[in-house]
Design a protein around this ligand. Structure first.
Ligand code: PMP
Ligand code: G9A
Length: 400
């Protein structure tokens, strides 16, 4: 229907696997390890109620008004301070920060301002489904770089950059989720972080550091963000409140060179004029009162318990021909079945057994690597994790 009316871009739009799965897994009897949902127990409802009602009482007129496209100034200043004090990112000014409606919107803005059809964009393989959705209308040509337990293999990246250079090509962006990657759960080592930045400079290519999970570390040593090591404005850093406060706010921030922020602001003006002002004032208070600093350890304690439980259950119940990553943080782990098993074909069996995951091929632009899938360990209750892993182990054994 409406074939004559819909644009070429609209005709080419495809649904995000995760968004579609969310509908399916909302059935209450299914235990879902699919969506990357925070646990609702982690939402600080009472603190937000207190802040919102004080704000409404004292500053109602201001906080309900339209705001500037860049974001509320006081909030941007708070974020600049937070980037300095919490993340050791120095020299950030208001002008380097754009507030976006989730980092999903930041990804969309980056596609809009950087990508022409056929431009090379380097991604980790596997990568976040949402970048494939955000970039789809801009038709990039993806260059996939494999990962191992230390994140993106930068030796392979170097080879690929060299090959491209020989052909007279240079990628527009290198997109990475260096810390507790979605979907693989792995973290890029310090050596590779340094190497990646050296390559960015040598090949004069921008790096997008998407960092929704960096605060959620349950074990191991913390590592510096790429942005904190970036001396020459090669890194565009994306942060979000979705996983440390609540995704319903749709609040995130982009940090980049002023000229990039200016262009992204122009792109955003045509999309939504500005990000939700009320939410920005609430989040600003939440940080300024020290609530965020107090809250993050609570989220970490909850998710550490869930990660440990899922790993323990998998150790006990999964057959030994199945392999999986052991994440030090974040929300996901990545499961690899033997080569001859197809997690896509197994999926209906999982649903019959009332348990869900995301098929791994959805995280690859070419939809290969069919023997893999992703599990989320943060959303389910402890009882659901125990029962769900037993169900999944049974499905795998019956299917193999
Ligand atoms: N990037 C990555 C890697 C993600 O995992 C997510 C959410 N799952 C997002 C971006 C988008 O998050 P939001 O729009 O809620 O900030
Ligand atoms: O689409 C969503 O709800 C965000 C979740 C992302 C993910 O599961 O990776």
């Amino acid at each position: 229907m409406y074939d004559e009316e819909f644009s070429e871009i609209a005709k080419a739009l495809k649904a995000s696997e995760i968004r579609e799965l969310l509908k399916l897994t909302q059935q209450p009897e299914i235990i879902s390890f699919a969506g990357g949902l925070p646990n609702p127990e982690s939402f600080p409802v009472n603190d937000i109620k207190e802040i919102a009602s004080n704000l409404l009482q004292n500053e109602g007129a201001k906080i309900l008004q339209y705001g500037s496209t860049e974001g509320v100034n006081a909030f941007r200043d708070t974020l600049a301070k937070m980037m300095d004090e919490r993340y050791n990112v120095k020299g950030i000014k208001r002008e380097n920060i754009l507030i976006t409606a989730g980092s999903q919107q930041a990804l969309y803005l980056l596609a809009k301002i950087f990508v022409n059809p056929g431009d090379k964009v380097v991604i980790e393989a596997p990568t976040y489904i949402g970048i494939l959705t955000a970039f789809q209308s801009y038709k990039p040509d993806y260059v996939e770089v494999e990962m191992d337990d230390d994140g993106m293999d930068t030796e392979i990246l170097e080879e690929k950059l060299k090959e491209l250079k020989k052909e007279g090509k240079k990628p527009k962006l290198i997109y990475v989720i260096p810390t507790f990657q979605n979907p693989a759960g792995v973290t890029m080592s310090l050596e590779r972080r340094k190497h990646l930045l050296e390559l960015a400079e040598e090949y004069d290519t921008l790096v997008v550091e998407d960092n929704p999970y960096g605060e959620l570390r349950y074990s191991g040593e913390s590592l510096p963000s790429l942005k904190s090591m970036d001396r020459n404005h090669y890194v565009i850093h994306l942060g979000t409140f979705s996983k440390i406060l609540a995704p319903g706010f749709r609040l995130a921030w982009m940090i980049a060179h002023e000229e990039i922020i200016k262009k992204a602001v122009l792109a955003k003006q045509g999309i939504d004029l500005c990000t939700n002002t009320f939410g920005q004032y609430i989040a600003n208070e939440y940080i300024s009162k020290g609530y965020l600093e107090r809250h993050i350890p609570e989220v970490i304690a909850l998710y550490k318990r869930k990660r440990d439980l899922m790993l323990r259950m998998m150790d006990e119940y999964f057959p030994d021909y199945v392999k999986w990553t052991k994440p030090d943080g974040g929300m996901f782990l990545w499961v690899t079945l033997p080569d001859n098993m197809d997690a896509e074909k197994m999926f209906p069996k999982a649903i019959e057994n009332k348990v869900a995951y995301v098929i791994g091929s959805a995280f690859y632009p070419k939809r290969d690597h069919k023997n893999t899938f992703r599990l989320n360990f943060t959303y389910s209750s402890d009882e659901q994790i125990e029962e769900g892993i037993k169900r999944l182990a049974k499905v795998i054994k019956e299917f193999s």
